[in-house]
Design a protein around this ligand. Structure first.
Ligand code: C2E
Ligand code: CA
Ligand code: CA
Ligand code: CA
Length: 280
């Protein structure tokens, strides 16, 4: 929102949600955004740290607002969560990501891409028809379950307890892969999470950024990676921005990286261009 100018910044300052009128207007706009085709997905590559190959893309929502321009998810996801609209928006994103991935799959110039990663919100995660809906999406887009990775935050998993475990096991049985998003920002320990059928741990950017700076955080990130490996998980580091960070992560045998060092999130056309340039 910072780049959108002062007037708009005020509209989307989260503190302004307490302004009932602003909130209502934004909620109204959000409610109609799907039918009006205002959402779009951007794709950010997830790259193998050992060989530089793009293994997958994470699908990230963008809202092209008719008056306000491109709005980033941090400026509308909280409201979408609060109002429950995230469920519908989340399914739209999942469907669109699977459709796009299947399109890429079918184009013979792009066959190296292994996974499409999609974010699943807490609210979506606690829907009783979650499994059915996801099955439906895979069926209608024709994408094989093994190409889909769902990203779930640790709090979503732990808040939902036993039910979460049941849902995750069901998804895993379908062949879908699961990753823990933003790891390190919650209060959970890896020990608690390792009972869940999760194959990838994504370390939050806040642990990756300080790599260039002080030594204290280095021990934390090293511990997380070592422990994840002991528990049989692969690790993806978020927010890789420098070659120093990359070198450090490589030394710790971190499998994958994601961040501006490799690429910003891209629209469909730019994402295709990037894969075609990537060593295959
Ligand atoms: P996230 O899942 O942690 O996604 C990564 C965010 O970090 C993205 O922000 C991405 O653009 C940004 N990022 C990637 N590399 C770098 C880097 O090197 N440096 C910095 N500073 N940032 C980097 P984005 O696209 O604004 O998304 C923000 C959050 O919104 C996501 O965080 C995710 O929690 C949520 N979100 C996005 N799309 C969806 C969706 O379809 N469904 C749900 N439920 N949430 C979504
Ligand atoms: Ca994510
Ligand atoms: Ca994340
Ligand atoms: Ca994050």
């Amino acid at each position: 929102a910072k780049v959108l100018g002062k007037a708009r910044y005020e509209v989307f300052n989260p503190g302004m949600y307490t302004n009932a009128l602003v909130r209502l207007q934004l909620e109204n706009d959000l409610r109609r955004a799907i039918e009006r085709h205002e959402f779009q997905l951007y794709y950010q590559p997830i790259v193998s740290i050992t060989n530089g190959r793009i293994l997958g893309f994470e699908a990230l929502l963008r809202w092209q607002h008719p008056e306000r321009g491109l709005i980033c998810p941090t400026d509308f996801i909280p409201l979408a969560e609060e109002t429950g609209l995230i469920v519908k928006i989340g399914y739209w994103a999942l469907h669109e990501a699977c459709r796009q991935m299947q399109n890429w799959r079918l184009s013979d110039r792009i066959n190296s891409l292994e996974k499409i990663s999609v974010n699943l919100s807490v609210k979506q995660f606690s829907q009783p028809d979650l499994i059915e809906q996801i099955g439906e999406i895979l069926h209608s887009t024709g994408l094989d379950a093994g190409s889909l990775m769902l990203e779930i935050t640790e709090s979503a998993i732990l808040e939902n307890g036993d039910e979460a475990n049941a849902a995750l096991s069901e998804l895993r049985k379908m062949g879908i892969e699961l990753s823990i998003d933003d790891f390190g920002t919650g209060y959970s320990s890896l020990g608690r999470l390792h009972n869940f059928p999760i194959s990838v741990l994504k370390i939050d950017r806040s642990f990756v950024s300080p790599i260039d700076g002080n030594g204290k955080n280095l021990e934390i990130i090293e511990t997380i990676i070592t422990l994840a490996h002991k528990l049989g998980m692969d690790v993806t580091a978020e927010g890789v921005e420098t070659k120093e960070q990359l070198a450090f992560l490589r030394n710790l045998n971190c499998e994958c990286g994601q961040g501006y060092f490799f690429s910003r999130p891209l629209d469909n056309a730019a994402a295709v261009e990037l894969i075609l340039k990537n060593p295959q």
